[in-house]
Design a binder for this molecule. Sequence first.
Ligand code: ADP
Ligand code: MG
Length: 287
Amino acid sequence: METSTVNQSLNKKTVQAPPVKELPQVFYKDIILEIKHLGVSVEGKEILKDFSLTLKSGEIHIIMGPNGSGKSTLCNALMGHPKYQVTGGEALLNGINILELKPDKRAQAGMFLAFQYPREIPGITFGNFLRHAVNAVQKANNPEAKPYGPAQFVPIVQKQFEVVKMNRQFIGRSVNEGFSGGEKKRAEIIQMSTLQPKIAMLDEIDSGLDIDALKIVAEGIQNVFDRTNMGVLLITHYQRVLNYLKPHFVHIMVDGKIVKSGGQELATELEKNGYEEYAPSQSGMRK
Ligand code: ADP
Ligand code: MG
């Protein structure tokens, strides 16, 4: 061995790499979200009426329904968007009514929403945004938890980027600013992958994606689901996402209510026949 090689291997032994921090490993069991008789209005207009649905860890539920049936309203109300007024009912996450919690407390309790229209946050890098979000959630659940520092967080966030094959340069860019539609949707999955929610709602995550991006996003969801066993509520117009994600339940939502529930065959049937049978007045063009 040449001297320089010997020195190199000696150096390798003496220089201790800092311990690599990982995200805490979670695998949820016995998580249950019970939405009971939920009523929601927006600007005085009643959108959800007596909406009920139970969702557990390890389950993927799909909600399909015509435009304007209240799918996004459901997600926004569950996350505590101030525009969505809860007029009745409850949403119990393992017995705790999340509707009584402030939005940040709902996120800390394990609720997550991937937005239909993700917002841009100029001036905050995506990496820092993720780090602060995960630190806040971890601290809420364990006051002793040490927050991730920027350098420590780099390998962690890089791993999450791999989940949706996103270029790492986005870590240093402002949140969603100048991202394409597909990149915004991937960024939502990265957030989910980092936060490891108990219940993840994905509102039209598949809209506007080409077939390759759709596959990557769907596989990203599957990856986080397999890893964490979270409960998933996926909202979509299209059956094509079901080529990649296998739901346990499919629900049809019309006019603020679930009108039919079933398995994957229900989605296939919808693809063929549309919503006509369930919503004669709502299918096709809306006035
Ligand atoms: P979906 O997601 O199923 O297409 P939405 O929940 O977005 O349906 O909308 C349901 C109804 O609520 C629509 O009539 C829509 O116009 C109304 N609505 C939803 N959000 C708002 C809002 N922020 N301001 C005013 N009206 C809204
Ligand atoms: Mg919507």
